[in-house]
Design a protein around this ligand. Structure first.
Ligand code: ATP
Ligand code: MG
Length: 217
């Protein structure tokens, strides 16, 4: 198994407070990882740093064997890593256009875009919501649209931040089913979460973040 993403050290402080002080960590191609940790332990910050959305000190940072300078990720790497927020922000336009947005921004032609969007809509089970505006969606529906919007871009690495937080019952089950399928399909995943069922999914490697360190559990 080759490493998709790796670093030798990762550090992050907010003022005087040292939040993250991680030693070598690697994400294998096609592997799924879950990171648990108390509220405020730094899970979201870590995911955002890896996505290039937040500054951080990283040494020996590599993606697919290519050394990177954090803060200046090349476009192809930015396209290869998607971060899905715990409370996904959707544009004030239909579900279909939300899912198509990234493809349009990348210049994918209209026919191909239609095909990919329909496949993502079917995967996420949101076909009945195609024309609906985000304000009319439940939390679980928004989360599934956000997963479809990420998946349609075919990134090499998904960073999912508490994808089932604030969901219960059927909505939570549907989100878990999508993620279980992503694990089975050997998508590369790094998931921050507190959800027992997600943590215990087969095929998941489990890490705990405490006092700035990641420890495999
Ligand atoms: N921009 C910022 N400035 C100062 N402190 C920050 C900033 N962003 C995050 N923090 C602090 O860093 C700590 C880690 O936050 P983070 O959101 O990464 O934790 P988390 O593990 O994701 O928590 P949760 O489980 O609640 O989502 C928190 O104490 C937070 O207040
Ligand atoms: Mg968080």
């Amino acid at each position: 198994m080759s490493d998709l993403l790796s670093f030798r050290h990762l550090r992050k402080s907010f003022g005087e407070r040292k939040l993250l002080d991680l030693d070598r960590f690697a994400i294998g191609e096609g592997e799924a990882y879950v990171i648990t940790g108390d509220n405020g332990s730094g899970k979201t910050t870590l995911l955002r740093i890896l996505a290039g959305l937040e500054p951080g000190e990283i040494a020996g940072f590599e993606f697919r064997g290519v050394p990177l300078t954090h803060g200046r990720l090349p476009e192809n790497v930015r396209h290869d890593i998607v971060y899905v927020h715990q409370h996904p922000y959707l544009f004030h336009t239909s579900v279909m256009h939300n899912i198509a947005y990234g493809l349009r921004a990348r210049g994918v032609d209209v026919a191909e875009r239609g095909r990919l969007v329909e496949a993502a809509i079917a995967w996420a089970g949101v076909g009945h919501l195609r024309g609906v505006l985000p304000a009319k969606l439940s939390g679980g529906e928004k989360q599934r649209v956000a997963l479809a919007r990420a998946k349609v871009l075919k990134p090499r690495l998904f960073l999912l931040d508490e994808p089932t937080a604030n969901l219960d019952g059927e909505a939570r089950g549907q989100a878990i089913a999508l993620i279980r399928q992503m694990v089975q399909d050997q998508s590369s995943l790094l998931i921050a979460c507190h959800d027992r069922e997600l943590i215990e999914l087969p095929g998941m490697r489990r890490f705990h973040l405490e006092n700035g360190k990641l420890v495999e559990v």
